[in-house]
Ligand binder design. Structure first.
Ligand code: ADP
Ligand code: SF4
Length: 685
């Protein structure tokens, strides 16, 4: 493999950098990011973090790591260093990261009023008594004794972190958590030395920094994660944030700089581009002279270099790019840029943590499977030989072909469409979704270099043709079609009396069959497609009314940090929004809309309705290839796994699910039993 030469273009990314008492081997820094694993899935977590280090990240951090039971984020499994019982699991992570020559960082965290402590049942504490983020529970106002106790807990946790082997220990005064509460002009009403002037409001932050440094600073670097532009005029103005950096800049060994708006900081590609934080964070390095890390969904080594050259950062920070490609640094180092699996900015990773489930990734199906399934993102088990026909080159079929090709099978991948990519190709043409095409492009790029994989386009295969093809294995990945009858979450049976004309599905719109006149779009799916189609139609000049059976537009987008901007973009594009409402009838000129609570119906004029309700798996080919015996493999139908269906034609779901299904099928083909059964990460009595 060609390795980047010392004088090559990207060599600056591979310089070692001193951070206080420790030295990072290069400038690739995996900043703290949630995983949905935390204290609950420790082995899964160790496997995942170790893979980042193996892939060349010079620093690998934990997620937010609670210092005390008064900061418990149930149902979200954060990391924890409450007592020595937590040492083993975190030491295992630090050891695994060290084994690959990387530094391990830990982000000590106290959630303050935000934490409802549903597991520990300890009262939450805050600078004043205020509601937790999600529950009707308020915090207890901290008195001086509580502040002293907090400082002691932080110190104890820092010492434990050191004993666990961490090299970088964070103080975390941002994202609205406890130390940020103290910094806030409006939340902090104290009249003692911890309230009032900025000097007083940052006293707790300063104390935690000084005490952490004194306790562990001989061996560990002390880092700070700080919103460089403050938290809005109400809490900490941009000028005040600047003053905090100016005043405390010398204390930490590293500034990890973020911005006030979390939804932008980890913004989805629908709304934000690569490298958008620069303007607001750039001053910190100049002001402090300390090493700085910041993020920006960097996947391009040239953008990374630009950050260094302009003196914005010393480290290229990443959460998502390191999730989508744990081997991003190695690939840059080896000059294999075409092998980089670029993050598409869909935030499915974040969404699963938010749902209380372990991290996963649309682009990287091995994410979270390192320990559980023994999957390595860059290594595959050799195949047992033979030929495979894959019908359907959507994300499931493409990923299966990619994996099977690398395993050495002779792969034929066929699609009825003129272009590969299935739903990804179609959806990526809609407003804001262009980066999603990376799911297709990465796989086409890989497949294109494999002589044993052939792609056939523009030909719909029949069952007869599949049989005649005579492949040893057949994978059916024919996808799903949007239903035109209204069946979905709200309607278990079709909406009665829908006319033949004027009813459209997302497939129609994506195929360019557009309605004329006023359009009513019924979103019973609740994720991105309804809002995105509404924007698409509005951009084409239609008057659009967006109706949803949920309480917000694109409600599931709450999990992907997109809901607020989704609703805002609809409002700003002139789309009328009606929530908590179901479409119950349509006659070609008027729609009946029912309140989901009272059932009361009112009429709305519309020449056309677009139904974004649910999808019907396209399993016709699978059924006919298996001769109707698909339900009973023993009867000879899908004999011994020779014929399988994967992706949306089996289970219409997220693109991430389709890629995962394709990957699993590709890895497991020809292997059975224990070799492929996922392990369970569980506590056993
Ligand atoms: P998934 O998300 O499961 O990958 P998609 O809907 O994205 O599913 O892709 C399915 C692909 O299968 C589409 O590109 C479609 O053109 C193709 N397809 C469906 N039926 C056939 C068939 N009989 N022969 C060839 N291609 C097919
Ligand atoms: Fe990027 Fe999406 Fe993967 Fe998250 S899930 S790392 S946003 S590709």
């Amino acid at each position: 493999m060609p390795i980047v030469q010392e004088n090559s273009r990207y060599a600056p990314l591979f310089e070692s950098v001193r951070i206080g008492p420790v030295t990072a081997p290069n400038r690739f820094y995996q900043v703290p990011h949630c995983t949905g694993m935390g204290h609950a899935l420790p082995q899964t977590l160790v496997g995942m973090r170790a893979m980042k280090a193996e892939g060349g990240w010079g620093v690998v951090c934990t997620e937010y790591c609670s210092i005390h039971p008064s900061s418990d984020n149930q149902p979200y499994p954060n990391a924890a260093l409450w007592d020595d019982g937590d040492l083993g699991n975190l030491a295992a992570m630090a050891d695994a990261v060290h084994a690959h020559g990387a530094l391990a960082g830990v982000e000590l965290w106290h959630g303050g009023s935000s934490a409802a402590n549903l597991a520990s049942r300890a009262p939450s504490i805050g600078v004043r008594s205020m509601p937790s983020r999600y529950d009707p529970i308020q915090s207890q106002r901290m008195d001086r004794a509580d502040i002293r106790a907090l400082r002691r807990w932080h110190l104890d946790a820092a010492r434990r972190a050191r004993r666990a082997g961490f090299d970088i220990v964070y103080v975390y005064p941002s994202h609205g958590y406890l130390v940020a509460e103290f910094l806030s002009r409006s939340l902090n009403e104290r009249t003692d030395e911890y309230g009032g002037s900025l000097e007083n409001r940052m006293r707790l932050f300063r104390e935690l920094l000084e005490e952490t440094r004194a306790a562990v600073g001989d061996r560990c670097a002390v880092a700070v994660r700080f919103a460089a532009n403050g938290h809005g005029e109400e809490h900490l103005s941009a000028q005040e944030a600047h003053d905090v950096v100016a005043s405390l800049g010398h204390l930490p060994d590293l500034w990890d700089v973020v911005i006030d708006d979390y939804e932008e900081e980890m913004g989805s590609s629908r709304f934000f581009r690569e490298g958008g934080l620069e303007e607001r964070v750039a001053y910190v390095r100049k002001l402090t002279g300390k090493p700085v890390v910041s993020v920006g969904r960097f996947t391009s080594p040239d953008s990374m270099l630009g950050q260094l050259r302009r003196g914005v950062v010393d480290f290229i920070g990443a959460a998502r790019p390191s999730i989508a490609d744990p081997f991003l640094p190695t690939k840059i180092r080896e000059g294999r840029l075409e092998d980089i699996r670029e993050c598409i900015g869909c935030n499915i990773c974040y969404a699963h943590d938010y749902r209380g489930a372990a991290l996963r990734c649309t682009q990287n199906p091995t994410m979270g499977e390192e320990w559980r399934s023994g999957w390595h993102p860059e290594k595959l088990p050799p195949g047992t030989g033979g030929s495979v026909l894959i019908v359907g080159a959507g994300p499931a079929g493409l990923e299966a072909a990619h994996v099977l090709g690398k395993r050495g099978y002779t792969v034929s991948l066929a699609d009825a469409a003129r272009e590969a990519g299935g739903r990804v190709t179609r959806e990526s043409r809609l407003p804001g979704l262009a980066e999603w095409a990376r799911v297709r492009d990465y796989r086409l790029g890989q497949i294109g270099r494999m002589p044993n994989v052939t792609l056939f386009l523009d030909g719909r295969l029949t069952a007869e043709e599949v049989r005649e093809f005579g492949a040893d294995y057949v994978l059916i990945a024919t996808g799903a079609r949007w239903r035109a009858d209204g069946v979905g979450r709200w309607h278990a049976t079709p909406i009665a009396g829908l006319p033949a004309r004027g009813v459209y599905t997302p497939d129609d719109i994506m195929d360019g069959r557009l309605p004329d006149g006023d359009v009513l779009l019924f979103d019973d799916d609740h994720y991105y497609l309804g809002p995105v189609l509404a924007l698409h139609l509005a951009a084409g000049g239609a008057r659009v009314r967006y109706v949803t059976s949920e309480g917000h537009a694109g409600a599931w987008g709450e999990y992907t940090a997109e809901q607020t901007r989704t609703q805002r973009s609809l409002i700003e594009s002139g789309v009328e929004i009606e929530v908590n409402t179901a479409l119950v009838s349509f006659d070609g000129s008027s729609a009946g809309l029912a309140c989901i609570y009272t059932g009361r119906v009112h009429a709305a004029a519309a020449c056309a309705v677009v139904l974004v309700t649910s999808r019907e798996p396209d399993e016709t080919l699978y059924r006919s290839v298996t001769g109707g015996a698909a339900d009973d493999p023993e009867a000879g139908g899908a004999a011994a796994g020779r014929i399988q269906r994967i992706g949306d034609c089996r289970q219409p779901a997220l693109i991430a699910n389709a890629v995962y299904a394709g990957h699993r099928a590709g890895r497991e083909l020809g292997r059975t039993g224990e070799a492929v059964a996922p392990r369970r990460d569980r506590v056993r009595i």
